[in-house]
Ligand binder design. Sequence first.
Ligand code: NAI
Length: 292
Amino acid sequence: MAEIKMIGVVGGGQMGSGIALLAAANGIHVWLHDTDPNALSRAQKYVSTFVQSLVSKGHLSQAAGSDALIRLQCTSNLEDLQSADVIIEAIVEAEDVKKKLFSELDKIAKGSAILASNTSSISISRLASVTNRPQQVIGMHFMNPPPIMKLIEIVRGADTSDETFSSTKALAERFGKTVICSRDYPGFIVNRILMPMINEAFYALYTGVATKEDIDTGMRLGTNHPMGPLTLADFIGLDVCLSIMKILHAGLGDSRYAPCPLLVQYVDAGRLGRKRGIGVYDYRNPKKGKPK
Ligand code: NAI
């Protein structure tokens, strides 16, 4: 494939805005699309604050920071992504919504474009099946936050071509990331292992084994994880965690993947984690309930 000069990112939430920034900081022109205008203004704010912090820490020169901001444009019109060489989807973790989008992208995107999904767990082959270019559909699973985390998990669908895989891997490496490759099974590698652990931490809390603080401290200091599983769940978003558990449960057909009722209850109550100010922990009052 020719050099990637323009990328489209769909979904301007915590992942999409980070992916857009990463691409712009690596010299690529980016169109970032979201249907929600509030999400686009939050994304713009996030990107400029992040660039300023990189400049003030000396990780980026002022000129490079300004160039990255110029390269990144936000739009509420999906058709602006039509010239993109690669379109990376980072919208809500729901198969029907993603399928609808992939079908639209297939019509809008130029014939040579790769359609990548940042899905945490949904089948790439099923997303590819609604397009006329399944050989150009691939999973490109960034870690949160994309500008910082060193890994990208690439997922090949049943029909993903070798050329699409090579171009996607080269793009991930251009971003300075290490690549791992997974076959197309629910949760791939990282979430197949991580989410059951997070779900088990919810069960430990739900059944009164210990306090949230002790569960997190136990995993942090006892197994050398940088943050405890409940803190991490708040960081990822409890709605995202629940969606992934449902996909593991349905796709692997084993009751051990059933989402913990406490996780379900928190999501039902709108306690989605850091992005809503409250999840397992309460972030609205810094003195109350914050993880140590
Ligand atoms: P988020 O909730 O922060 O953002 C999702 C965004 O998508 C929202 O701004 C929403 O307005 C937008 N959106 C929804 N439907 C849309 C549509 N049809 N067209 C355009 N925009 C639309 O979610 P987040 O956390 O950024 O997750 C996005 C994807 O990334 C999900 O598939 C998730 O599984 C995956 N992911 C999430 C990680 C995390 O730690 N949160 C890590 C890695 C992957």
